[in-house]
Design a protein around this ligand. Structure first.
Ligand SMILES: NC(=O)C1=CN([C@@H]2O[C@H](COP(=O)(O)OP(=O)(O)OC[C@H]3O[C@@H](n4cnc5c(N)ncnc54)[C@H](OP(=O)(O)O)[C@@H]3O)[C@@H](O)[C@H]2O)C=CC1
Ligand SMILES: Cc1cn([C@H]2C[C@H](O)[C@@H](COP(=O)(O)OP(=O)(O)O[C@H]3O[C@@H](C)C(=O)[C@@H](O)[C@H]3O)O2)c(=O)[nH]c1=O
Ligand SMILES: [Mg+2]
Length: 299
């Protein structure tokens, strides 16, 4: 099976490469400089040439704050390029898997969001990602849109790596404690994507198409997540770092973020029998890879 993936140095595309190699799957990653998603027509030649059995659309403009000013660029990459890719998939008569985000939701719901809830993004990034979803649905029914959240991994840039970097020079880091969400490990996303890809390539059943939520089990706040990161780092020999819990108002940013972006993963489990590992289990794996194994308990 030939799997075409957009993105070359990102968290999810790298995880797909690492896991795909282990499973003996052929992963073809395309990205800058050969293709530039801000010029979506640049996708056509490499996609046709690759003759894939399935496309995984992972690349995106993920700088949430910068998107507030680079609106047009973010729209091209997150909105229009997925639409072009989905039209190509339709033409080639192959399925497309696409990653979207918890930031399509406003964040004012008390419970976790389900696929039946109405998106209402509060940031440019969220709006452009929603446009990508809409353009994919319009182009082909043969799609699986997977909304994930708070992605971290040993690869690329993410909150875990940012905290570890800040912890090198500080004894305390202030982190927002009033945004609730589901940290998700990119290697777990890759595991799910490859399992789903293998199913949709051989099975035309419409009930395994559509929109699904895909996050690590469990929920937390950024402050609690940071605390777990520093505790895990300390068990691996790093110096202790305190987390000072603050409010969103204390940490002004150009983009507004949802207060609650927890996603309910029941539909994915019911449809594909897939549940991602709990985020603390995955965080351990991530820290093992970034720092090394936990030190022996002296007792
Ligand atoms: N990170 C997160 O917390 C979350 C991510 N998602 C979604 O999951 C998907 C994967 O995210 P993640 O792996 O973290 O993203 P990353 O930011 O780690 O990687 C994004 C990839 O897209 C590439 N890219 C960006 N702009 C262009 C362009 N103009 N042309 C070609 N390639 C480009 C990047 O290349 P380069 O590095 O060279 O710029 C990089 O390889 C995205 O669709 C994202 O919206 C959803 C929820 C949470
Ligand atoms: C670095 C830092 C961040 N924060 C806050 C800002 C923000 O509310 C939260 C997380 O910071 P980040 O910059 O990682 O957050 P952000 O870039 O908004 O992360 C989002 O990325 C996009 C791509 C998604 O799709 C989302 O699911 C989500 O993962 O923590 C602190 O409070 N203290 C700090 O020292
Ligand atoms: Mg960020």
């Amino acid at each position: 099976m030939r799997i075409l993936v957009t993105g070359k140095e990102g968290q999810v595309d790298t995880s797909l490469q690492v896991l795909g190699q282990k499973l003996g799957l052929e992963i073809i990653r395309i990205g800058l400089p050969e293709i530039d998603l801000s010029q979506p027509e640049s996708l056509e030649p490499p996609v046709r040439e690759a003759r894939p059995d399935v496309i995984i659309s992972s690349a995106a403009y993920t700088a949430v704050d910068k998107a507030e000013t680079e609106t047009e660029l973010a729209q091209k990459i997150n909105g229009d390029a997925p639409g072009v890719l989905a039209r190509l998939a339709a033409e080639l008569d192959i399925p497309i898997l696409h990653l979207s985000t918890d930031y399509v939701f406003a964040g004012d719901k008390a419970d976790a969001y389900t696929e039946a809830d109405m998106p209402a993004p509060v940031s440019v990034y969220g709006k452009t990602k929603l446009s990508g979803e809409t353009q994919i649905r319009a182009a082909t029914d043969n799609h699986v849109i997977l909304r994930t959240a708070w992605v971290y991994s040993p690869y690329g840039n993410n909150f875990v790596k940012t905290m570890l970097r800040l912890g090198e020079t500080r004894d305390e880091v202030s982190v927002v404690a009033d945004q609730h969400g589901c940290p998700t490990y990119a290697l777990e996303i890759a595991r799910a994507l490859l399992a789903i890809a293998q199913q949709v390539v051989i099975d035309r059943d419409p009930t395994i198409r559509g929109t699904f939520h895909l996050t690590g089990q469990g929920e937390t706040t950024w402050a609690e997540f940071a605390t777990a990161i520093f505790k895990g780092a300390e068990k691996r020999g790093r110096k202790p770092v305190r987390v000072n819990p603050i409010t969103t108002a204390d940490y002004p940013t150009p983009a507004k973020r949802p207060a609650n972006s927890r996603l309910n993963g029941d539909k994915l489990d019911d449809t594909f029998g897939l549940r991602l590992d709990p985020w603390p289990t995955s965080l351990d794996d991530c820290l093992d890879r970034l720092i090394g194994p936990k030190e022996e308990d002296p007792s």
